[in-house]
Design a protein around this ligand. Sequence first.
Ligand SMILES: *Cc1c(COP(=O)(O)O)cnc(C)c1O
Length: 348
Amino acid sequence: MIPTAVIQQAEQEFLDWNGSGMNVMEMSHRGKEFTSIANKADADLREVMAIPENYKVLFLQGGASGQFSSIPMNLLRGRTTADYFNTGQWSKKAIQEAKRYCDVNVVASSEENNFSTVPSKSAWKLNPDAAYVHYTANETIGGVEFDDIPDTGDVPLVVDLSSTILSRPIDVSRFGLIYAGAQKNIGPAGLTLVIVRDDLIGNAIPSTPITLDYKIQADNDSMYNTPPTYALYIAGLVFQWLKKLGGLKAMGEINQRKAEKLYSAIDNSGFYQNPVEKQYRSWMNIPFTLNNADLDAAFLAGAKTAGLLTLKGHRSVGGMRASIYNAMPEEGVDALISYMQKFAKQNR
Ligand SMILES: *Cc1c(COP(=O)(O)O)cnc(C)c1O
Protein backbone atom coordinates (compact mmCIF):
# COMPACT_ATOMS: atom_id res chain seq x y z
CA MET A 1 0.00 0.00 0.00
CA ILE A 2 0.90 3.67 -0.38
CA PRO A 3 -0.48 5.91 2.40
CA THR A 4 -3.91 7.19 1.36
CA ALA A 5 -2.93 10.76 2.33
CA VAL A 6 -0.01 10.54 -0.13
CA ILE A 7 -2.20 9.29 -2.98
CA GLN A 8 -4.67 12.11 -2.26
CA GLN A 9 -1.95 14.75 -2.31
CA ALA A 10 -0.57 13.38 -5.58
CA GLU A 11 -4.09 13.51 -6.99
CA GLN A 12 -4.52 17.15 -5.97
CA GLU A 13 -1.20 18.04 -7.60
CA PHE A 14 -1.71 15.83 -10.63
CA LEU A 15 -2.56 18.47 -13.23
CA ASP A 16 -0.64 21.37 -11.75
CA TRP A 17 2.21 20.89 -9.30
CA ASN A 18 2.55 23.93 -7.06
CA GLY A 19 1.42 26.43 -9.68
CA SER A 20 3.95 25.18 -12.23
CA GLY A 21 1.29 24.25 -14.77
CA MET A 22 2.88 20.80 -15.05
CA ASN A 23 2.45 17.29 -13.76
CA VAL A 24 5.69 16.21 -12.04
CA MET A 25 6.28 13.60 -14.77
CA GLU A 26 6.33 16.39 -17.37
CA MET A 27 9.14 18.30 -15.68
CA SER A 28 12.77 18.40 -16.73
CA HIS A 29 14.78 16.54 -14.12
CA ARG A 30 17.26 19.45 -14.18
CA GLY A 31 14.64 22.22 -13.92
CA LYS A 32 14.23 24.22 -10.71
CA GLU A 33 10.88 22.62 -9.85
CA PHE A 34 12.10 19.03 -9.94
CA THR A 35 15.43 19.96 -8.34
CA SER A 36 13.49 21.33 -5.37
CA ILE A 37 11.45 18.08 -5.17
CA ALA A 38 14.60 15.92 -5.24
CA ASN A 39 16.46 18.09 -2.71
CA LYS A 40 13.52 18.02 -0.31
CA ALA A 41 13.22 14.22 -0.62
CA ASP A 42 16.93 13.87 0.17
CA ALA A 43 16.74 16.26 3.16
CA ASP A 44 13.57 14.67 4.55
CA LEU A 45 14.96 11.14 4.27
CA ARG A 46 18.16 12.25 6.01
CA GLU A 47 16.08 13.74 8.79
CA VAL A 48 13.71 10.77 9.15
CA MET A 49 16.53 8.18 9.22
CA ALA A 50 19.05 10.46 11.02
CA ILE A 51 21.62 9.76 8.28
CA PRO A 52 25.08 11.04 9.28
CA GLU A 53 26.82 13.62 7.02
CA ASN A 54 29.50 11.20 5.86
CA TYR A 55 26.93 9.12 3.97
CA LYS A 56 25.68 9.69 0.43
CA VAL A 57 22.04 9.11 -0.41
CA LEU A 58 21.62 7.83 -3.98
CA PHE A 59 18.31 7.53 -5.81
CA LEU A 60 18.96 4.92 -8.49
CA GLN A 61 17.24 2.38 -10.74
CA GLY A 62 17.55 -1.35 -11.37
CA GLY A 63 15.87 -2.55 -8.18
CA ALA A 64 17.38 -4.27 -5.18
CA SER A 65 18.33 -7.07 -7.59
CA GLY A 66 20.45 -4.60 -9.53
CA GLN A 67 22.32 -3.91 -6.31
CA PHE A 68 23.20 -7.60 -6.04
CA SER A 69 25.66 -6.80 -8.87
CA SER A 70 26.48 -3.14 -8.09
CA ILE A 71 27.61 -3.97 -4.55
CA PRO A 72 30.49 -6.31 -5.46
CA MET A 73 31.46 -4.11 -8.43
CA ASN A 74 31.76 -1.04 -6.20
CA LEU A 75 32.77 -2.42 -2.82
CA LEU A 76 35.33 -5.16 -3.47
CA ARG A 77 38.02 -2.43 -3.55
CA GLY A 78 40.75 -4.76 -4.74
CA ARG A 79 39.75 -7.63 -2.45
CA THR A 80 38.73 -11.01 -3.77
CA THR A 81 36.27 -12.29 -1.20
CA ALA A 82 33.07 -11.19 0.53
CA ASP A 83 30.98 -12.59 3.40
CA TYR A 84 27.27 -13.38 2.94
CA PHE A 85 24.62 -14.67 5.33
CA ASN A 86 22.19 -17.15 3.77
CA THR A 87 18.81 -16.74 5.47
CA GLY A 88 16.31 -17.10 2.61
CA GLN A 89 15.36 -16.60 -1.02
CA TRP A 90 16.73 -13.04 -1.30
CA SER A 91 20.04 -13.93 0.36
CA LYS A 92 20.41 -16.79 -2.08
CA LYS A 93 19.93 -14.51 -5.06
CA ALA A 94 22.41 -11.97 -3.70
CA ILE A 95 24.97 -14.75 -3.17
CA GLN A 96 24.45 -16.22 -6.62
CA GLU A 97 25.09 -12.85 -8.27
CA ALA A 98 28.10 -11.96 -6.07
CA LYS A 99 29.78 -15.22 -7.12
CA ARG A 100 30.21 -13.73 -10.61
CA TYR A 101 32.58 -11.14 -9.12
CA CYS A 102 34.31 -12.71 -6.12
CA ASP A 103 34.64 -15.67 -3.80
CA VAL A 104 31.68 -15.83 -1.46
CA ASN A 105 32.17 -17.05 2.09
CA VAL A 106 28.79 -18.07 3.51
CA VAL A 107 29.03 -16.86 7.12
CA ALA A 108 26.10 -18.99 8.23
CA SER A 109 23.03 -20.55 6.65
CA SER A 110 19.59 -21.52 7.87
CA GLU A 111 18.76 -23.46 4.72
CA GLU A 112 18.76 -26.83 6.51
CA ASN A 113 16.12 -25.36 8.87
CA ASN A 114 13.97 -24.49 5.88
CA PHE A 115 14.88 -20.81 6.46
CA SER A 116 12.67 -20.62 9.55
CA THR A 117 15.31 -18.93 11.71
CA VAL A 118 18.51 -16.84 11.78
CA PRO A 119 21.62 -18.93 12.54
CA SER A 120 22.88 -18.39 16.09
CA LYS A 121 25.97 -16.22 16.56
CA SER A 122 28.09 -19.13 17.79
CA ALA A 123 27.83 -20.68 14.31
CA TRP A 124 28.96 -17.58 12.35
CA LYS A 125 32.22 -17.86 10.43
CA LEU A 126 33.20 -14.27 9.63
CA ASN A 127 36.30 -13.76 7.48
CA PRO A 128 38.44 -10.78 8.61
CA ASP A 129 39.77 -10.37 5.04
CA ALA A 130 36.32 -10.04 3.48
CA ALA A 131 35.68 -6.82 1.53
CA TYR A 132 32.30 -6.54 3.27
CA VAL A 133 29.62 -8.61 5.04
CA HIS A 134 26.19 -8.78 3.40
CA TYR A 135 22.91 -9.77 5.03
CA THR A 136 19.20 -9.53 4.32
CA ALA A 137 17.65 -7.86 7.36
CA ASN A 138 14.16 -9.11 6.55
CA GLU A 139 13.50 -12.07 4.27
CA THR A 140 10.31 -10.90 2.59
CA ILE A 141 9.21 -14.34 1.40
CA GLY A 142 10.03 -16.38 4.50
CA GLY A 143 9.06 -13.68 7.02
CA VAL A 144 12.36 -14.03 8.90
CA GLU A 145 13.99 -10.94 10.36
CA PHE A 146 17.32 -10.40 12.17
CA ASP A 147 16.53 -9.20 15.71
CA ASP A 148 19.80 -7.27 15.92
CA ILE A 149 22.48 -5.70 13.68
CA PRO A 150 25.38 -8.17 13.27
CA ASP A 151 28.69 -6.98 14.73
CA THR A 152 31.34 -7.31 12.01
CA GLY A 153 34.13 -5.27 13.59
CA ASP A 154 36.08 -3.27 10.98
CA VAL A 155 34.62 -5.11 7.99
CA PRO A 156 31.93 -2.88 6.39
CA LEU A 157 28.41 -4.17 6.85
CA VAL A 158 26.06 -4.15 3.85
CA VAL A 159 22.33 -4.68 4.31
CA ASP A 160 19.42 -5.40 2.00
CA LEU A 161 16.74 -3.38 3.81
CA SER A 162 14.17 -3.60 1.00
CA SER A 163 11.25 -4.84 3.08
CA THR A 164 12.00 -3.29 6.45
CA ILE A 165 13.45 0.16 5.73
CA LEU A 166 11.56 2.98 7.49
CA SER A 167 9.62 0.45 9.60
CA ARG A 168 11.38 1.55 12.83
CA PRO A 169 14.49 3.52 13.90
CA ILE A 170 17.84 2.13 12.72
CA ASP A 171 21.40 3.23 13.53
CA VAL A 172 22.76 4.07 10.06
CA SER A 173 26.29 4.58 11.42
CA ARG A 174 26.59 0.81 11.94
CA PHE A 175 26.54 0.24 8.17
CA GLY A 176 28.87 0.69 5.23
CA LEU A 177 25.94 0.50 2.83
CA ILE A 178 22.16 0.21 3.05
CA TYR A 179 20.04 -0.51 -0.03
CA ALA A 180 16.36 -1.01 -0.74
CA GLY A 181 13.99 -1.31 -3.66
CA ALA A 182 11.36 1.38 -3.09
CA GLN A 183 8.28 -0.69 -3.83
CA LYS A 184 7.91 -2.39 -0.44
CA ASN A 185 8.03 0.38 2.12
CA ILE A 186 9.02 3.62 0.38
CA GLY A 187 6.92 4.28 -2.70
CA PRO A 188 6.36 3.16 -6.29
CA ALA A 189 8.48 0.58 -8.09
CA GLY A 190 11.30 1.87 -10.27
CA LEU A 191 13.28 3.68 -7.59
CA THR A 192 16.17 2.09 -5.71
CA LEU A 193 17.67 3.71 -2.63
CA VAL A 194 21.35 3.37 -1.71
CA ILE A 195 22.87 4.96 1.41
CA VAL A 196 26.64 4.54 1.35
CA ARG A 197 29.53 5.73 3.53
CA ASP A 198 31.85 8.18 1.74
CA ASP A 199 35.08 6.24 2.24
CA LEU A 200 33.72 3.15 0.46
CA ILE A 201 33.12 4.77 -2.93
CA GLY A 202 35.50 5.67 -5.74
CA ASN A 203 37.08 2.23 -6.23
CA ALA A 204 34.66 0.49 -8.57
CA ILE A 205 36.18 -2.22 -10.78
CA PRO A 206 37.09 -0.71 -14.18
CA SER A 207 34.41 -2.59 -16.11
CA THR A 208 31.60 -1.17 -13.92
CA PRO A 209 28.92 0.39 -16.17
CA ILE A 210 29.09 4.14 -15.63
CA THR A 211 25.48 4.47 -14.42
CA LEU A 212 26.16 1.83 -11.73
CA ASP A 213 29.28 3.53 -10.35
CA TYR A 214 28.33 4.99 -6.95
CA LYS A 215 31.03 7.70 -7.20
CA ILE A 216 29.73 8.93 -10.56
CA GLN A 217 26.15 9.00 -9.27
CA ALA A 218 27.19 10.67 -5.99
CA ASP A 219 29.18 13.37 -7.80
CA ASN A 220 26.13 14.04 -9.99
CA ASP A 221 23.50 14.09 -7.20
CA SER A 222 22.00 10.84 -8.60
CA MET A 223 21.46 12.61 -11.93
CA TYR A 224 24.25 11.32 -14.13
CA ASN A 225 21.29 10.10 -16.14
CA THR A 226 17.57 10.80 -15.72
CA PRO A 227 16.30 9.44 -12.40
CA PRO A 228 12.81 7.92 -12.05
CA THR A 229 11.31 11.32 -11.36
CA TYR A 230 7.69 10.45 -10.58
CA ALA A 231 8.65 7.60 -8.24
CA LEU A 232 11.07 9.89 -6.44
CA TYR A 233 8.37 12.54 -6.06
CA ILE A 234 5.97 10.03 -4.46
CA ALA A 235 8.77 8.72 -2.20
CA GLY A 236 9.32 12.33 -1.08
CA LEU A 237 5.64 12.60 -0.14
CA VAL A 238 5.98 9.37 1.86
CA PHE A 239 8.95 10.85 3.77
CA GLN A 240 6.82 13.92 4.59
CA TRP A 241 3.98 11.63 5.72
CA LEU A 242 6.39 9.81 8.06
CA LYS A 243 7.60 13.10 9.54
CA LYS A 244 4.02 14.21 10.22
CA LEU A 245 3.27 10.86 11.88
CA GLY A 246 6.08 11.40 14.37
CA GLY A 247 8.99 9.73 12.57
CA LEU A 248 10.33 6.21 12.79
CA LYS A 249 9.86 5.83 16.52
CA ALA A 250 6.12 6.37 16.20
CA MET A 251 6.03 4.21 13.06
CA GLY A 252 7.90 1.42 14.87
CA GLU A 253 5.45 1.39 17.76
CA ILE A 254 2.50 1.06 15.39
CA ASN A 255 4.26 -1.68 13.39
CA GLN A 256 5.17 -3.67 16.48
CA ARG A 257 1.58 -3.54 17.69
CA LYS A 258 0.25 -4.63 14.29
CA ALA A 259 2.63 -7.58 14.09
CA GLU A 260 2.13 -8.76 17.68
CA LYS A 261 -1.65 -8.77 17.25
CA LEU A 262 -1.51 -10.84 14.11
CA TYR A 263 1.03 -13.37 15.46
CA SER A 264 -0.98 -13.80 18.60
CA ALA A 265 -4.17 -14.39 16.58
CA ILE A 266 -2.31 -17.06 14.55
CA ASP A 267 -0.67 -18.73 17.56
CA ASN A 268 -3.91 -18.85 19.56
CA SER A 269 -6.11 -20.08 16.72
CA GLY A 270 -5.41 -23.82 16.63
CA PHE A 271 -6.31 -23.34 12.96
CA TYR A 272 -3.43 -21.30 11.47
CA GLN A 273 0.34 -21.61 11.85
CA ASN A 274 3.47 -19.52 11.35
CA PRO A 275 6.66 -21.57 10.97
CA VAL A 276 9.24 -18.96 12.04
CA GLU A 277 11.12 -19.13 15.34
CA LYS A 278 9.53 -16.44 17.56
CA GLN A 279 12.68 -14.36 18.11
CA TYR A 280 13.13 -13.87 14.35
CA ARG A 281 9.59 -13.20 13.22
CA SER A 282 9.21 -10.35 10.73
CA TRP A 283 7.19 -7.27 11.60
CA MET A 284 6.40 -6.68 7.94
CA ASN A 285 5.72 -10.02 6.21
CA ILE A 286 3.73 -12.61 8.10
CA PRO A 287 3.39 -15.93 6.31
CA PHE A 288 0.86 -18.40 7.66
CA THR A 289 -0.70 -21.68 6.64
CA LEU A 290 -4.07 -23.23 7.33
CA ASN A 291 -3.79 -26.56 9.11
CA ASN A 292 -6.03 -27.90 6.37
CA ALA A 293 -4.55 -26.70 3.06
CA ASP A 294 -7.67 -27.90 1.20
CA LEU A 295 -9.36 -24.78 2.57
CA ASP A 296 -6.81 -22.34 1.04
CA ALA A 297 -8.90 -21.44 -1.99
CA ALA A 298 -12.03 -20.84 0.10
CA PHE A 299 -10.00 -18.72 2.54
CA LEU A 300 -8.68 -16.52 -0.28
CA ALA A 301 -12.05 -16.17 -1.97
CA GLY A 302 -13.73 -15.14 1.28
CA ALA A 303 -10.91 -12.72 2.04
CA LYS A 304 -11.36 -11.04 -1.32
CA THR A 305 -15.07 -10.60 -0.67
CA ALA A 306 -14.18 -9.00 2.67
CA GLY A 307 -11.85 -6.52 0.87
CA LEU A 308 -8.67 -8.26 2.05
CA LEU A 309 -6.38 -8.50 -0.97
CA THR A 310 -3.08 -10.13 -2.05
CA LEU A 311 -2.95 -12.61 0.81
CA LYS A 312 -1.75 -15.51 -1.31
CA GLY A 313 1.73 -16.66 -0.21
CA HIS A 314 4.75 -16.40 -2.50
CA ARG A 315 4.63 -18.95 -5.31
CA SER A 316 7.78 -20.64 -3.91
CA VAL A 317 6.27 -21.39 -0.48
CA GLY A 318 2.48 -21.43 -0.87
CA GLY A 319 0.04 -20.79 1.99
CA MET A 320 -0.76 -17.18 2.90
CA ARG A 321 1.30 -14.08 3.51
CA ALA A 322 0.11 -10.83 5.06
CA SER A 323 2.47 -8.01 4.13
CA ILE A 324 1.69 -5.29 6.64
CA TYR A 325 4.06 -2.53 5.55
CA ASN A 326 4.00 1.00 7.02
CA ALA A 327 1.04 2.15 4.94
CA MET A 328 -1.22 -0.71 6.09
CA PRO A 329 -3.35 0.87 8.82
CA GLU A 330 -3.92 -0.92 12.11
CA GLU A 331 -7.62 -1.25 11.16
CA GLY A 332 -6.51 -3.32 8.16
CA VAL A 333 -4.81 -5.80 10.48
CA ASP A 334 -7.87 -5.82 12.76
CA ALA A 335 -10.08 -6.59 9.75
CA LEU A 336 -7.82 -9.49 8.74
CA ILE A 337 -7.84 -10.94 12.27
CA SER A 338 -11.61 -10.81 12.54
CA TYR A 339 -11.99 -12.45 9.11
CA MET A 340 -9.52 -15.19 10.12
CA GLN A 341 -11.44 -15.86 13.34
CA LYS A 342 -14.76 -16.00 11.54
CA PHE A 343 -13.38 -18.33 8.86
CA ALA A 344 -11.85 -20.65 11.48
CA LYS A 345 -15.14 -20.83 13.38
CA GLN A 346 -17.09 -21.71 10.24
CA ASN A 347 -14.61 -24.34 9.02
CA ARG A 348 -13.38 -26.09 12.12
C1 LIG B 1 11.64 -7.48 -3.22
C2 LIG B 1 13.00 -7.71 -2.70
C3 LIG B 1 14.14 -7.73 -3.53
C4 LIG B 1 14.05 -7.55 -5.03
O1 LIG B 1 13.70 -6.26 -5.34
P1 LIG B 1 13.63 -5.76 -6.86
O2 LIG B 1 13.52 -4.28 -6.67
O3 LIG B 1 12.43 -6.38 -7.48
O4 LIG B 1 14.88 -6.16 -7.52
C5 LIG B 1 15.37 -7.94 -2.95
N1 LIG B 1 15.50 -8.12 -1.64
C6 LIG B 1 14.44 -8.12 -0.80
C7 LIG B 1 14.65 -8.32 0.66
C8 LIG B 1 13.16 -7.91 -1.31
O5 LIG B 1 12.09 -7.90 -0.49
